[in-house]
Structures are given as C-alpha cells and as structure tokens.
Design a protein around this ligand. Structure first.
Ligand code: SAM
Length: 527
C-alpha cells in the first residue's frame, strides 16, 4: 500500500463488457473483448465532409469501444490521442429508473467499473490543456469525485459546478426536493489549462455611468483607499473645492503615491464627488475593462436553461420527446469556458446530441458516441442534420447567429474479429481479405496502407497479413519486398512448421504471428 486514498469496489480488478440488455458483464482484464481494438466503419456522410481527419464524427456503439478505437487505431489516434480539448459527458446517473430511451439502474460497482474504464481512455485522449466535465446528480457524484481524483489526480480538480435546473421545487418530494445537478470538472494537467472568461453581461456594464459627460465614456468609481500597508500611502490631499483631507480613512492607505495621484488627476481620471469636495476616487472606464467574467460555480437556469428547455428544443426539432436532454445554453456555457473555435469536443454518452449541436453552432469540432441505435436514428442524427442544414432555429441558434454549414460522418463500431466456441477463440467468419488486414493492423497499431504484400508500417517495420497459411515460399516472397534495414511482422491464419525458422534466417528481427492466438495479447489498455 502506498498510503494513497483509493475507492475500492467488488471486481475493481476486472473489466466489463456490455451485454445485449443494456447492462454489463464482468470479465478478466485481458479478455479479448476488452483488449480488442474494434474498427470504426463508415456508414453515412452528412453535409460537407472531406473524409479526412478533421471531419466531425457521430459514432454508433458502446463508448468503451469507440474511445478505445480513437485512442489506439493509428489513423484516429493521430488526430485524437492527447488532442481532445474538452470532454463533456452526461452518463446515466444511476437513479434506478428505466427511461424510455435507456436503462438507468446499474449495480453500484458496475456503474463505477463502467465509468472507470471510460475515464481512463478519456484521460489518454485529452490534450494537456484539456478538461473533462462529468454531469451527475446525487446518486453517484460523491463516488465519481473520488474516482476522478484517482484517475486525474486531486491536484487537477477544478470545480464542482452546480446547475440549478428548476425553480419550482417538487412538493411531492419525500424529504427535500433536489433541484440541481452537479458537473465535476477536472483538468488533464491543471498548470496547462486556461479557461476562457465569459462575455460581460448587460447588468455588469450598467454599473458604468457618465454623470460628468467624460469623453472617455461610462465609468465606475474605484476606491483609492485600501487596508493593505503601502509605504507611500499616507499623505494629505486638497480637493478641487479647496477642502483639506488629512489622509485616507482611518486604518487604510491611499493605493497610489502622491505623485501618481497628481498625474491621474491631471489626466482627468480622478473623481472628487459632484461638487469637487469628496475624497478622491479612481475612474474605471468601461472602455478599458479587459476580459469578461470569470465563471462562477453556481449556474442559474435563467442564464443556462431549465430542464424543460432541453426537452422543448429536442421536441421542436425532431417531434419526439427524449428523456434527459440538456438545454443548449448549458452546453454553450461549458464549451465557451473550456474551448476556443476549432477545438475538439467529445461526448461519449451523446443522447439526443446536444453537445454536438452546440459545438457545431460554436464552430468547434466534435465527436459524439451513442450506444442506442434507436436514439441515434430517432434523435441524434436528425437533430445534427438539421443543425448543419440550417433548419434548427432553436436553442442557441439566434444568440450565436448560426445559419447552418459543415457536416459529419456517421460511423459504427465494427463487429468483433473473434468468435467464441466454448473456451476456444476463433476468427469470425467475416475476417477475410482486406477487412482482415485492416483489423489485424488495428490490433497491432499499424496504420493501414495497402502497398504490395504489405498493409502497414510502423517505423522500419512493415506488416504483412496472410489470409491463409504462411509457408517457406510465402515468407521468402514477403521478405524479398523489404528494403534494406526493414523488418516485417507477418500475421497469418496458420504457418508451416519451418516458416518461423526461415523468417528468422532470411530477415533477422522479423516475426511471425498466428491469428487469433498471438493477437489477443496485444492492444491491452494501460490501466
Ligand atoms: C443522460 S443521456 C445523455 C443526454 C444528452 N446529454 C443530451 O443532451 O441529450 C445518457 C445517454 O448515454 C447513452 N449510453 C448509456 N451507456 C452508454 C455506453 N456504454 N456507451 C455509449 N452511450 C451510452 C444512453 O443511451 C443515453 O442516450
């Protein structure tokens, strides 16, 4: 024991795989269903897309498989690993309810295990200056806070935001009406994280007035006396009306020296009251106020939306009610604080797609993952289609002057490379030809690129995938295509007895692997 505080739960040393009923099953951490990197298969293109790495992605499938693929498949890892600026997730809160669109009643340890696996991958994907925001209610927030301390480090905790989501307490509550949610916010690396200030509000600006018609515009009185000791801060002043003031108010010091006060006064920056006889105040001009508003940890529904706003926004767009959508203004607030235009935003519990819709309207790049195909078809995809087509007139559209543009690709988590027969693991029927090569490349972290007998390279090592048996002739033929100093990893469905020996002889340092047995020990998540 290192003495570190950690949260423990039943089966914490195990991993989870999703089951068909929306729940999860505990398995060993090196189970191929956990270590396998699934391929992301393209299903649709919506709006303007380039098929390049910059495209926004809507991924249908389990968030673990999706995050794993984004972090481990070289093509996606180059774009996303260590490069995601904001992760906002609104996972099932574990409130022990069955919503129409998804189940929300996992066994406590299963919920924690499920979150742990995904947050570990989120950490890998976040940029050093990035942040993760986890939206929860009282059911799991305390446990998730400790879990996130463990994963991201206590030192990287930023704040627990409280979103007051309703102003009409439920009178039917047994004891106390819970009217707020929490959003736990952690930095990947606090020292590198810079949040944006929020735009100033009209109320803030209205504190600035211009009773004396100052040409610099509206201003606000700034106190020139403070309690902090200042060696040059005790001196008498004479007001423009001729009144002598012996010094600053008792127990305080002028904030500026006598010379500086004279300079400011000559520049018209000192206010002496309406008749020129009060003690001096500094004029702070609105035109010189830098930056906006530092975000606070309490968010009011009048500013960021009520629960009902989220539902209305989705219903207005797709004509159906999603159980738990968040209001667009809430996501606008998160995205404004944590990112700049062009940054990458990820939400792997996408639901109706609020995060993607708002990210698009604010000119951020996004990746959404949603496990329920029904939800994707009924809510997420149609909503995002309307956003890019400029047909979404609700939410934050008007405030940010959005009128459509851009696009996204719809991807799906590919099927497993393996099939189980009792305790035996075999290759799935579909594992043939190019698809087989692509899947093998992903497991071994080679970027897929067909080139003669090869289908990928990593440094000076090439990958050759043989959809059959590798024998002496095959091995020699593959090696004959290598450049000097190149090595090859050959993966075959079978190998003749002498093939490995031949390979070692003709290309020292190259290796021969058999699928599936030699693949299942690769691609393990670093825990
Ligand atoms: C609370 S809702 C998210 C609502 C969303 N923030 C919105 O504004 O619409 C949680 C979503 O997570 C999805 N989900 C649950 N488990 C998942 C998993 N393992 N992978 C991906 N999505 C999952 C559910 O289907 C549900 O749509």
């Amino acid at each position: 024991m290192s003495g570190r505080l950690t949260l423990s739960w039943v089966n914490k040393d195990k991993a989870l795989v999703p089951t068909d009923d929306g729940s999860y099953q505990w398995v060993e951490r090196d189970d191929p269903r956990v270590t396998e990197v699934r391929l992301l298969q393209q299903r649709e293109r919506v709006g303007d897309v380039t098929d390049g790495p910059e495209d926004n992605l809507l991924i249908r499938g389990d968030s673990y498989d999706a995050l794993h693929a984004l972090a481990r498949t070289p093509e996606y890892a180059a774009r996303y690993r260590g490069k995601v600026n904001l992760v906002y997730i609104d996972p099932p809160f574990n409130t022990n309810q069955a919503f129409e669109d998804y189940e929300d009643s996992l066994e406590h340890s299963v919920w924690l295990g499920m979150m742990r696996e995904r947050l570990l991958l989120v950490r890998d994907l976040l940029a050093d200056g990035g942040s993760v925001w986890v939206h929860l209610d009282d059911a799991e927030v305390a446990y998730c806070r400790v879990l996130m301390d463990e994963i991201f480090g206590r030192a990287n905790f930023i704040a627990t935001v409280v979103w007051k989501r309703r102003n009409d307490p439920r009178n039917t509550a047994t004891h106390i009406s819970a009217d707020h949610d929490f959003i736990l916010c952690y930095a990947k690396e606090l020292g590198s994280t810079k949040f944006q200030h929020l735009p100033r509000t009209e109320a803030m600006d209205s504190a600035y007035v211009n009773p004396d018609g100052d040409l610099r515009g509206p201003w606000r009185r700034g106190d020139l006396a403070a309690r902090n000791f200042y060696s040059k801060g005790l001196y008498p002043v004479t007001t423009p009306s001729g009144r002598l003031i012996a010094g600053p108010p008792s127990g305080s010091y002028w904030r500026v020296s006598e010379d500086e006060l004279k300079r400011l006064d000559a520049d018209g920056r000192i206010y002496w009251g309406p008749d020129g006889s009060s003690r001096p105040y500094l004029k702070r001009y609105l035109s010189e106020v830098k930056g906006g508003r530092v975000p606070s940890s309490v968010w009011h529904p009048e500013e960021v939306g009520f629960v009902r706003n989220g539902k209305e926004e989705v219903r207005a767009l797709v004509g159906d009610v999603f159980a738990t959508p968040k209001p667009e203004r809430l996501l606008e607030r998160v995205i404004q604080i944590a990112t700049r235009p062009g940054d990458v935003v990820l939400d792997c519990f996408a639901g109706s797609g609020t995060t993607g819709a708002v990210a698009q309207k604010l000119n951020r790049k996004w990746v959404l993952v949603e496990a329920s195909s029904l939800t994707v078809e009924k809510f997420t995809k149609p909503r995002l289609e309307k956003v890019v087509c400029g047909e979404d007139k609700g939410g934050v559209t008007k405030d940010v002057s959005w009128d459509g543009g851009g696009g996204f690709r719809v991807l799906e988590i590919g099927p497993s490379l393996y099939e189980r027969f009792g305790s035996r693991l075999l290759l799935a029927d579909w594992a043939k030809g190019e698809e087989f090569s692509r899947a093998v490349a992903a497991q071994l972290r080679f970027a897929y690129k067909a080139d003669g007998p090869f289908c990928g390279s990593k440094g000076r090592t090439r990958l050759a995938v043989i959809d059959g048996v590798a024998d002496d002739v095959v091995v020699r033929s593959v090696v004959s295509h290598l450049e000097e100093e190149e090595r090859v990893t050959i993966v075959a469905k079978g190998a003749s007895p002498e093939a490995a020996e031949t390979l070692a002889w003709v290309s020292k340092g190259s290796r021969l692997l058999k699928a599936p047995a030699d693949l299942t020990r690769s691609g393990r998540v670093v825990r």
